[in-house]
Design a protein around this ligand. Structure first.
Ligand SMILES: [Zn+2]
Length: 77
């Protein structure tokens, strides 16, 4: 997997976020793989050899969590 640098992260998210209610870059999410809370805007994008792109946890490649592993963060975190 090769990391891709995204110039306009909000636009990319709007176009590639797999669920409804696309989050904003300043929203916080919890990654259940590495159990850390992060700002959505810190996400990374990786591309596999087939050309498929994955929205990944900011802690990638140490964490293999992707956008489907993101849960709403508690307000007090
Ligand atoms: Zn993670």
């Amino acid at each position: 997997m090769k990391e891709i640098i995204i110039a306009d992260k909000q636009k990319y998210l709007n176009e590639h976020y797999p669920f409804e209610d696309t989050p904003e870059l300043m929203d916080k999410k919890l990654c259940i793989h590495c159990d850390s809370v992060f700002y959505v805007g810190n996400y990374k994008v990786f591309k596999n050899q087939s050309g498929d792109e994955f929205i990944c946890c900011p802690n990638a490649p140490d964490c293999n969590g992707t956008v489907i592993d993101w849960f709403p963060a508690e307000d007090n975190q």
